[in-house]
Design a protein around this ligand. Structure first.
Ligand code: HDE
Length: 704
């Protein structure tokens, strides 16, 4: 039955779910003004019942997430030789997508910037059915076999007796488990690196993790690894920042995604494939079915085939972001699985988890999960069935509906007839047992600042571990990755002379590590430093006080906006700011609502107002912190005094090295004179795109 079209008047009035207009939404129906509630109050009972049932179980992992609609298009038809999936070979097709980014460990209300893997799951509503690419921002995983997933997740989630800590791996249970699971060491290196602290969802990579297959029209299969490459390059936060942001703005990454899209700065990602044959795979010194291994890009380059643009925010968080149901088993003709034992376990788990979350097999009928191509089968009924099937036939074969719906032998999904033969057993292949080579490859490929951050992460994570024997075991494992790691971290954990002794593993039933077989010593693609970044989407704070040179603020703001960066004016108090030149200026934020950690860079314009900033502890702390976090700093005219203030000695050193109008090695840009802003703006934007300046002098002494 068709729904009556809504008239404007219909949308003005409150109704019950049955469409009955409500006269009073303030009071229950009672026997007299001070009397008891009447059972017949169907309006109150309906409202309260619905409220009581508003939650569905949060995801057991990846509970905290945010999402965006988008579109995907391939560049050309060159993938035709590898796959018959139409969305990957027909450049005329614009495929709608829905992408959900998430953290893994924290509950649904936890902070965005915790140290964690990020989920990167995309639903492609293709013309041949929904394809879900349910990946992460890290290309490997902790475990090799899905049998261990419940143990892994139990160990990393808050400890069950007191439910602490929230959204953090820094506790004994997790490191106890890992210390007995050497296969996790490659993943551990990634999780302790800057990759686990993304600046933005728009500046992180995505990975399908497992080896998948593409299958072409002739039925030939090619193995592949799947990548998302962010067009804005890779950028991360510092650990100190992430902890502060978790308090100042727990929605930091969510807000960033939302605001980028609202401003039209759509996050873009190129889809890439590493393609290789079975023969090539057999020649690698690792097993491509082992999800703790990457295929180094230097071995098989990533071929970028198309682009996804995230261009629309969801209309309703629950209906879309919370109810979207991903499943690696949602694939389309032209894509197929491999025997990766982690992937095989996922093929069971995701469907099962959706049944638990929705309480019904009809979750595919919820709008966000509904394919955009026709769905036509004999599945019927169940909780919350939305489809009103017509006709008498609900079986196949039939003659009463001319045999419909019937199989499509030509376009229907056919699994690759890969031979499967073997004894029934539970065993880990020998080819999976090199647990350290690629962990070392990752370490070797990091820049010096990235290595420093990783060592600091070990100090924090293991520093939180109370049992000394767990710390000791982990350090011995790190020694097997690289003695340098163990030697640098051990003294801070009260441990001396790690030797790499792994005798404690005899206590563990987990598969033992074999010899290192790795041949690639370093892979530049694994460092985030080599990435090409832009100023797009970056946030700059302009620090002002009454008496600021308004024109300088305006010229800088325009220069930033031209490069699609944004500026917020931060002052001692909110509201109008008096300027020396009569330019109208209003502070967007003040020192109690904003903090340096929420921004990528700071600019201090000239004017007599700098005097007030000089006597503001908040302003000095702001600048110190910006400096300590290695972010670009710019100052013009009197603004330079703030950099020169006594408590900002280090900034001063950096400023001294700055040639007027040029960013120096330390990312500090200054200039004096009437054209000061014009002189600095280009260098400041270049510094903004460069993201961080790690070689600042005396950074450890900065009080922030
Ligand atoms: Fe998941 N994972 N996972 N996972 N996963 C879930 O499904 C699971 C794994 C990933 O935004 C759950 O709907 C098992 C690898 C993402 O909604 C659950 C194993 C990778 C998301 C589940 C893995 C992922 C999930 C929880 C090991 C990267 C969030 C709620 C065998 C390739 C999707 C849900 C979203 C969510 C199970 C390992 C990525 C329980 C059993 C490896 C991005 O089904």
């Amino acid at each position: 039955m068709a729904r009556q079209p809504l008239e404007r008047g219909d949308l003005e009035h409150l109704t019950t779910n049955q469409g009955v207009k409500v006269a009073n939404n303030q009071d229950q129906l009672t026997a007299g003004p001070r009397g008891g509630t009447l059972m017949e109050d169907f309006i109150f009972r309906e409202k309260m019942t619905h409220f009581d049932h508003e939650r569905i179980p949060e995801r057991v992992v990846h509970a905290r997430g945010s999402a965006a609609h988008g579109v995907f298009r391939v560049y050309d038809d060159s993938m035709r030789q590898y796959t018959k999936a139409r969305f990957l070979i027909d450049p005329r097709l614009e495929t709608p997508t829905f992408t959900r980014f998430s953290t893994v460990v924290g509950f649904r209300g936890s902070a965005d910037t915790v140290r964690d893997v990020r989920g990167f799951a995309t639903k492609f509503y293709t013309v041949e059915g929904n394809y879900d690419l349910v990946g992460n921002n890290i290309p490997v995983f902790f475990i090799q076999d899905g049998m261990k997933f419940p143990d892994l997740v139990h160990s990393i989630k808050p400890e069950p007796h007191h439910e602490m800590p929230q959204a953090s791996a820094a506790h004994d249970n997790f490191w106890d488990f890992i210390s007995l699971m050497p296969e996790a060491m490659h993943m551990i290196m990634w999780v302790l690196s800057d990759r686990a602290l993304p600046r933005s969802y728009a500046t992180m990579e995505g990975f399908g993790v497992h080896t998948f297959r593409l299958v072409n029209e002739a039925g030939n299969s090619t193995l592949c690894k799947i990548h998302w490459k962010p067009m804005e390059g890779l950028a991360s936060l510092l650990w100190d920042e992430t902890q502060k942001i978790a308090g100042k703005d727990p929605d930091f990454n969510r807000r960033d995604l939302w605001e980028r899209i609202e401003k039209g700065l759509f996050p873009e990602f190129e889809l890439g494939f590493q393609l290789f044959t079975e023969e090539e795979a057999a020649s690698f010194d690792f097993d491509v079915l082992d999800p703790t291994k990457i295929v180094p890009e230097e071995l098989v380059p990533v071929r970028r085939v198309g682009k996804m643009t995230l261009n629309r925010n969801p209309d309703n968080f629950f209906a879309e972001t919370e109810q979207v149901a991903f499943h690696p088993g949602h694939i389309v003709p032209g894509i197929d699985f491999t025997n990766d034992p982690l992937l095989q376990a996922r093929l069971f788990s995701y469907l099962d988890t959706q049944l638990n979350r929705f309480g019904s097999a009809n979750f595919a009928e919820v709008e966000i999960n509904r394919p955009r191509c026709p769905v036509f089968n004999n599945q019927r009924d169940g909780f919350m069935r939305m489809t009103v099937n017509k006709g008498r036939v609900n079986y196949e074969p039939n003659s009463l509906d001319e045999g419909c719906p019937r199989e499509d032998r030509h376009r229907g999904f056919v699994s690759l007839p890969e031979p499967q033969n073997g004894h029934k057993l539970r065993a880990r292949p020998e080819s999976f047992n090199d647990h350290f080579s690629q962990a070392e490859l990752f370490w070797n490929s990091q820049s010096e600042p990235e290595k420093d951050h990783l060592i600091e992460a070990i100090k924090f994570e293991l520093g939180k571990v109370e049992h000394p024997h767990i710390r000791e075991r982990m350090i011995q494992l790190f020694h097997n990755v690289s003695p340098e790691i163990a030697e640098r971290a051990a003294p801070h954990l009260g441990l001396t002379k790690p030797t790499g002794d792994l005798s404690h593993l005899s206590e563990s039933p987990a598969p033992k590590p074999g010899p290192k077989r790795g041949s690639v010593q370093s892979s530049p693609a694994l460092s985030q430093e080599a990435t090409r970044r832009s100023a797009r989407g970056r946030r700059v704070a302009i620090l002002v006080a009454d008496g600021v040179a308004g024109q300088e603020v305006e010229v800088m703001r325009r220069a930033l906006e031209r490069e699609e960066a944004s500026a917020k004016v931060v002052s001692i108090k909110s509201g109008p700011v008096a300027t020396t030149d009569g330019v109208e200026l209003v502070a967007d934020e003040n020192f109690s609502t904003a903090a340096s950690v929420i921004f990528d860079a700071t600019y201090v314009p000239g004017g007599s107002g700098v005097e007030s900033l000089l006597s503001s502890g908040d302003a000095l702390h702001w600048l110190n912190e910006t400096f300590k976090h290695c972010k670009p700093i710019c100052a013009t005219n009197e603004g330079i005094h703030l950099l020169e203030s006594a408590s900002l000695k280090n900034v001063q050193v950096a400023a001294e090295h700055a040639r007027a109008g040029h960013a120096n090695d330390h990312g500090v840009v200054t200039a004096r004179g009437e054209d000061a802003v014009q002189m600095v703006s280009e260098a400041f934007l270049t510094a903004l795109a460069a993201h961080r300046f790690w070689n600042r002098p005396m950074i450890d002494q900065v009080p922030a």
